[in-house]
Write a protein that binds this ligand. Sequence first.
Ligand code: NAD
Ligand code: TYD
Length: 360
Amino acid sequence: MKNIIITGGAGFIGSHVVREFVLQHPEITIINLDALTYAGNLENLKDIEKYPNYRFEKADITDIEALRRIFEKYHPDAVIHLAAESHVDRSITDPMAFINTNVNGTANLLNLCKEFWDLNPEHTHGRFPNKPRKNLFYHVSTDEVYGSLGEDGFFVETTAYDPKSPYSASKAASDHMVRAYGNTYGLPYIISNCSNNYGPNHFPEKLIPLCLFNIIHERPLPIYGDGKYTRDWLYVIDHARAIHQIFFEAKTGKTYNIGGFNEWQNIDLIHELIRQMDAKLGRPEGYSQKLITFVKDRPGHDKRYAIDATKLNQELSWKPSVTFEEGLAKTIEWYLENQEWLNNVTSGEYQKYYEKQYHS
Ligand code: NAD
Ligand code: TYD
């Protein structure tokens, strides 16, 4: 492979994926294609922007002509697709943005792959594991497509789709389109569905970075409902490592769930963040507990997510490289050392959203 387009590379997860590929593959040109929405920030890639195998192209995936120009320029051998509207709360207030980017934007990319790649119609069903792969569409998705779990059980790759928010429904629609292009046109694809990520570059509207930011500034920590909702957290660099390994080692037509068997109820997680932050900031133990503020619940709030990542572990021997304790300590250190980044991303567009969301 000579050229790989990574969409959404200026965002949280995308920036770690771009870095992983740029550093590990000097022989491949990595094209970061991103619209730089409120969530995209090229500061996330400052350390590698001068590497000879890195390129940036500003484009909106809803604009097919802009995408076509980039495909004509690079003739990509593969696309790793992460660009998306990614925040559930925003999908509740503005679902069309999610349908436009996540569904239509993904369809634009699929159509261009169909146009530019010599797809073999005999290779239908997207399953041609032993053929040498020339091209690949790697679709990065979420475990939220599976819906919500009760007290027990895990999402596996065969769990029926049951998305419940406009965000997860838009991601489920895009997953279905990818498989449909595999089945109908022989598009070589891989899909992975990951649990909640945390780590450096996480935009401070999602639970963990929002609370870290608010603890620093002694602002309220908004806990939706009773706080007894469960999420399964994975360190973002382990997600990027998994994508890299799956990209090169997995057979096409496959789906992998990615997760670290690390479930936390929101309220317990907030107590842990407070414990570690107060210690780091030299505040008395429990000082920031007073910031916990129970607020109105998110409509249609999914109760519990939990990923069973056994298939990925058994087939590709992937496992997380850090424990949650280590990952959280690294994350806290990063946010304390990068307060300028926090201040930059929380000004401008985000600031208006924040005021409306939490102070009206
Ligand atoms: P993010 O919101 O931090 O970043 C999204 C990136 O996409 C930004 O750089 C943004 O500028 C870009 N983008 C948005 N709309 C675009 C458009 N129309 N055209 C071009 N670029 C556009 O998101 P993230 O958390 O890094 O998530 C990345 C991907 O991983 C998404 O597809 C998401 O569904 C998936 N995912 C996220 C998580 C998670 O915990 N954050 C977990 C599993 C899967
Ligand atoms: P979030 O980080 O938005 O990720 P997702 O909804 O995709 O899982 O939220 C994680 C959990 O934290 C979820 O149960 C909603 C909850 N939450 C709060 O309680 N308060 C907040 O301010 C936010 C943003 C989320």
